[in-house]
Design a protein around this ligand. Structure first.
Ligand SMILES: [Zn+2]
Length: 368
């Protein structure tokens, strides 16, 4: 294989349209910084050491992560959609505050995020708490609570540094090939590392164990931020239902079938957490969409124009779980303004074929 072909292969691996040797140089001042860290020409072992230094620079210095963030925006394109940007800002602010309640380290490294123009359903978190969110995320759901669970999952990866190992592996492979080909001078390693971090953000392997941890963290973050804790299970029910419709868009970090658990597994994990949160007072009837309280039937929520009965039941279960967790079951269930409450916690607003709020409040008082 000629060196030219090898380099072309590496270029395509990077997802970049590279000229030779490198089409996307860093800004001049950045190159100077990186160049001073790295010698003029590097060998194999020192290349790996320097990859670690680059990663540390991006992950742990403000300057490095800002550079990475700027490069990511340039590469992916920024969406200026006002509606979804303001929704994203609101959710990120709420989740960040929720995380800070249990993990104040977020204040030292607040998330840098942006909405990109990709229409597939995805979001990803790279090093340095840099997050990119596809506008296509909202095509499956623009329910704030459900979107919060996706973003919370990515923030979980960020807070626990889940991408470090996978990123290092990716960079070692890509840059190791360049070093072996004798194609890499010192200054180029920096550019190549940065480009690879940007280009590979959706391809970094994360272990299944870490995926579960991110899902579980998202549950805590969303609940602490005041979102309906049932929205995670609802989201995965929704994805499960819409899988056929969105088949070609369910790719990338969130859905990668290789390293993520299945949709139903993720939904069922969240359901278990809801039952536990309620102190086992609220649950679902086996093989049905019936929400139960203390083992007695409460309601099978009817479908709405935008949500199936199956999906909507998780929101009801989530509200019941929150009510029990907050001790609101000590108070009466009431109907007010067309909504059923348990104490001060809204449970559901009947619609479609649902029984009236009065009927449901009465039923809830009998079984709570
Ligand atoms: Zn993930």
């Amino acid at each position: 294989m000629t060196r030219k072909i090898k380099l072309a292969m590496i270029a395509s691996l990077l997802g970049l349209s590279l000229g030779l040797p490198m089409a996307e140089p860093m800004p001049v001042e950045a190159s100077a910084d990186w160049g001073s860290i790295i010698g003029a020409v590097i060998g194999g072992a020192s290349a790996y050491k320097q990859i670690d230094q680059q990663m540390d620079y991006v992950n742990n210095t403000e300057e490095g992560r800002q550079q990475y963030f700027a490069k990511m925006k340039e590469e992916q394109g920024v969406s200026y959609d006002a509606y979804y940007n303001s929704m994203l800002d609101e959710i990120m602010t709420n989740l960040s505050n929720g995380i800070a309640a249990s993990d104040p380290s977020i204040n030292d490294k607040p998330f840098l995020y942006f909405l990109n123009t990709d229409t597939s359903f995805n979001a990803a978190c790279g090093l340095g708490h840099v997050m990119t969110v596809n506008i296509g995320l909202f095509s499956i759901s623009d329910n704030t609570d459900e979107v919060a669970f996706v973003l919370g999952h990515e923030m979980g990866h960020g807070m626990k540094d889940h991408v470090v190992k996978g990123t290092r592996k990716k960079l070692n492979t890509i840059i190791g090939a360049q070093v072996a080909a004798g194609a890499l001078g010192g200054g180029q390693l920096a550019n190549m590392a940065m480009s690879a971090m940007v280009g590979q953000i959706n391809n970094v392997q994360i272990t299944k164990k870490n995926e579960w941890e991110a899902d579980n963290l998202s549950f805590d973050y969303c609940y602490q931020a005041g979102y309906n804790p049932g929205a995670g299970a609802a989201l995965w029910q929704r994805v499960f239902e819409k899988e056929g419709e969105f088949k070609n868009n369910l790719l990338g970090e969130i859905f990668s079938p290789n390293d993520h658990p299945g949709h139903e597994e993720r939904r069922d994990n969240y359901t278990k957490k809801l039952v536990a949160l309620s102190g086992k007072h609220a649950s679902l009837k086996k093989d049905s969409d019936m929400v139960q309280v203390n083992g007695k039937d409460f309601v099978t929520p009817s479908a709405t124009s935008s949500m199936s009965s199956a999906e909507r039941k998780y929101f009801v279960l989530g509200n019941l779980a929150a009510a029990y967790d907050h001790g609101q079951n000590k108070y009466e269930a009431t109907a007010s303004g067309g909504t059923v409450y348990l104490g001060n916690q809204a449970i559901l607003t009947p619609t479609g074929d649902d029984p009236s709020a009065e009927v449901l409040a009465k039923r809830l008082n009998e079984i709570k």
